[in-house]
Design a binder for this molecule. Structure first.
Ligand code: PLP
Length: 392
């Protein structure tokens, strides 16, 4: 029996990494030591005081029952405390914070709350694939806003056609940005909020990398900008800040009507996250941030190895101020896929082809620095030896 899939899942874009995964498997079979700089997933452990709290809470009987879909009040209070301390943003934990099973869950589900079939949603290209994925599953139509090097990988709102802007119901933004490593300043957010107000667009800001930043740079929360709460919400989580990607706990904060709708949606499909996990995440959010600082110093060192290494080969890359990604153009004569394949063939190093993040990512590749620095240094050494100087 072969069952006909629903059109909503048939319409999802094809999986672009299939070919490169085949090459990786083949190299490993040949006994080649493959260094993967592909996936962006912190390699360092969750801080011990967070793990300790989880251990303790696992033994507490009331945590063994169904949690609330919108999160324990103590967890939502911890998120509010973090926003007050870190961004000087006041949030009512009862009405302006909802817990998520990782921010990915909320990013996918917000489309179900605000988009009808055929509705337009503005999505950055290149971008985190869940923005368009969630929207397509809800039957909506993404309009891709190009992020180009000339504009600092920020969307150009003036270039969005008037009829599209009028039709758009929702927009996703993400700074510090995956995959480009770009950051946004207050001016940009003001422009985004003015645009959202003018066209009555729900603005969803993804701040997954707010705590991964270097040399004193402190990314903003979109909610710090006047008027933000009227037009939108912000997603984030403990995943990238405290090396907790596997724990699956995040939040959405901001506009109370939107937070309520997302919470109402969630009560129909999930029962929240295990309370022991919420308690552990709360300890991270309420506690000292020195583990975050230590992590960032390690990422900074790794970032410098990659950028200095590539620049010595002929690239001319700036050092990103935030995120654990380096976004770089492919050399002359390559496209994203052929360069990724070339690097694994020649050097046994995995980089992510940029077109996996959207059409505008064609001609780029992404390196993730979630690997020990010795391995990253070896990857760059191999690239230098086997590929040598490049031209553009
Ligand atoms: C990692 C990531 C997320 C989601 O992380 P969660 O673990 O689901 O909280 C969201 N957006 C971007 C851009 C990311 O890179």
């Amino acid at each position: 029996m072969r069952f006909e899939e629903a059109s909503r899942i048939k319409n999802l874009p094809p999986y672009l990494f299939a070919r490169i995964e085949k090459v990786i498997a083949q190299k490993k079979e040949e006994g080649i030591d493959v260094i993967s700089l592909g996936i962006g997933d912190p390699d360092m452990p969750t801080p011990e005081h967070i793990i300790e709290e989880a251990r303790r809470q696992v033994g507490v009987a009331e945590n063994h029952q169904y949690p609330s879909s919108v999160g324990m009040l103590s967890y939502r209070q911890a998120v509010a405390n973090f926003y007050a301390k870190r961004f000087n943003v006041e949030l009512d934990p009862k009405t302006e914070v909802v817990s998520l099973i990782g921010s990915k869950e909320g990013i996918a589900h917000i489309s179900w709350c605000y988009l009808n079939p055929g509705d337009v949603v503005l999505v950055p290209d290149p971008g985190y694939p869940v923005y368009s994925g969630g929207a397509i599953l809800a039957g909506a139509e993404p309009y891709y806003m190009p992020l180009t090097a000339e504009k600092g990988f920020l969307p150009d709102f003036a270039a969005i056609p008037e009829d599209i802007a009028k039709k758009a119901k929702m927009m996703f933004l993400n700074y510090p940005n995956n995959p480009t490593g770009a950051v946004a300043d207050e001016e940009f957010y003001k422009e985004a909020i003015a645009f959202a107000k003018k066209y009555e667009i729900l603005l969803c800001h993804d701040n997954a990398y707010s705590e991964v930043a270097f040399e004193g740079y402190k990314p903003l929360s979109f909610l710090q900008i006047p008027g933000a709460k009227e037009v939108g919400i912000e997603f984030s989580s403990v995943s990238k800040a405290y090396n907790m990607t596997g724990w699956r706990i995040g939040w959405a904060v901001g506009n109370p009507d939107v937070i309520e709708a997302l919470g109402r949606f969630k009560t129909n499909i999930d029962s929240g996250q295990f309370q022991a996990v919420q308690c552990a995440a709360a300890v991270g959010l309420n506690g000292l941030q020195d583990a975050v600082e230590a992590n960032n110093e390690i990422y900074r060192e790794r970032r410098d190895i990659v950028v200095d290494g590539l620049n010595a080969m002929g690239w001319n890359l700036p050092k990103p101020k935030a995120t654990f990604y380096i976004w770089a153009p492919v050399p002359k004569g390559f496209n994203s896929a052929s360069f990724a394949e070339f690097v694994i063939e020649k050097a046994g190093v995995v980089v992510t082809p940029g077109n996996g993040y959207g059409d505008q990512g064609e001609g780029y590749f992404r390196i993730s620095i979630t690997m020990p620095k010795e391995r990253i240094a070896e990857a760059l050494e191999r690239m230098k030896e086997k590929i040598g100087k490049v031209e553009f």
